[in-house]
Write a protein that binds this ligand. Structure first.
Ligand code: CO
Ligand code: ZN
Length: 330
């Protein structure tokens, strides 16, 4: 699993530029899927099993895209100004290294004047320094996209990397798909595009599948860190979180109850997620077409949307167990 996470997190895929990661995932799952397709938006969709009379059609979604930047213009001195792809917080990222899809490297900078005067400088005061001295010798141009440049760290029980949001979900879906034995349920594995810019891929994918149940497999914010009292009590290492509510969805109580019962029955450590600040593909699945019973499984994570997101491998293992139980028995 660590090896798979390392492989997946090193492939760049800012929102709207998921080609490379999609090709890699498709290659891994092709031999195990009963049916596989890529839709107009670029979602990768694979089916396993066929719905029996007493079975259900279940959609599992994990997003392939990650936080990134896109060049909006290069100024006369060669500094690339940018637009964000997803929840990128520039005030926390001065000095951060980024890598463009064409291999060019750069460093996030902030105008000196804004640094001195302004507590929350606006996005147009930041730039990417690629080492260029003029617009003419800039190695990047308008529309070029970049992601964090960050190595995968293995800390033993915990690992650190960029974009564990949501490559951990992608890895869980890949592992589930390759291991799933056919049963009464029909399972659709959807690797979605453009989640970080507003869950744009999951809706059309869900429309084409028309699931009875939709589950988003994504991350949530872990708060067992210094001085986080009063926040949601989710712990890194405390087990996967069963989604109850996030910024975009109130999970279907039938899904919450089924997951809770299965976690208890199989003695799987678990937590419950009620969070204000993040949304997931669950929202899109719940309200697309005629709708679906929707919930989610969330992996606790520290340093969300930074170059150094951290997860606990025990949480990953327990999420895989809970997901397998759900697909077998839901
Ligand atoms: Co995210
Ligand atoms: Zn995510």
């Amino acid at each position: 699993m660590k090896q798979l996470l390392q492989t997946l997190t090193q492939i760049p895929a800012p929102s709207g530029r998921e080609d490379e990661i999609r090709a890699a995932i498709q290659k891994m799952i092709q031999p195990y899927a009963d049916e596989i397709r890529v839709d107009a938006l670029g979602n990768l969709i694979a089916r396993k099993g066929k719905k029996a009379k007493d079975g259900r059609r279940i959609l599992l979604a994990a997003h392939m895209d990650e936080i990134g930047l896109m060049v909006s213009h290069v100024d006369t001195d060669g500094f690339a100004r940018f637009s964000t792809l997803g929840g990128f917080r520039p005030h926390r990222r001065v000095g951060t290294r980024i890598r463009f899809l064409n291999g060019v490297m750069g460093v996030i900078g902030l105008e000196r004047e804004a640094e001195e005067k302004d507590r929350a400088p606006s996005l147009d005061r930041y730039f990417i320094d690629t080492g260029a001295n003029s617009a003419k010798d800039s190695p990047v141009k308008v529309g070029d996209a970049a992601v964090y440049d960050s190595l995968f760290l293995d800390l033993g029980d915990r690992v650190v990397s960029k974009c564990l949001d949501d490559r951990v979900g992608v890895a869980l879906l890949i592992e589930s798909l390759t291991r799933l034995k056919s049963g009464k349920n029909e399972v659709w594995y959807v690797f979605t595009v453009q989640e970080e810019v507003g869950a744009r891929g999951a809706g059309p994918a869900s429309y084409g599948i028309d699931p009875e149940i939709g589950l988003a497999v994504d991350v949530t914010v872990a708060n067992n860190m210094p001085n986080t009292r009063g926040r949601n009590p989710i712990s890194l290492g405390g087990g996967p979180a069963i989604k109850v509510k996030d910024a975009g969805v109130v999970a279907d109580p039938r899904i919450v109850q089924a997951m809770t019962r299965l976690a208890e029955k199989n003695r799987i450590p678990h937590q419950f997620e009620v969070i204000e600040s993040i949304g997931t593909d669950a929202r899109a699945m719940q309200v697309t077409g005629l709708g679906a019973q929707t919930g989610g499984l969330a992996i606790p994570l520290r340093n969300l949307h930074s170059p150094s997101e951290m997860i606990d491998m025990g949480d990953v293992k327990n999420a895989a167990r809970l997901l397998a139980a759900f697909l077998r028995e839901a």
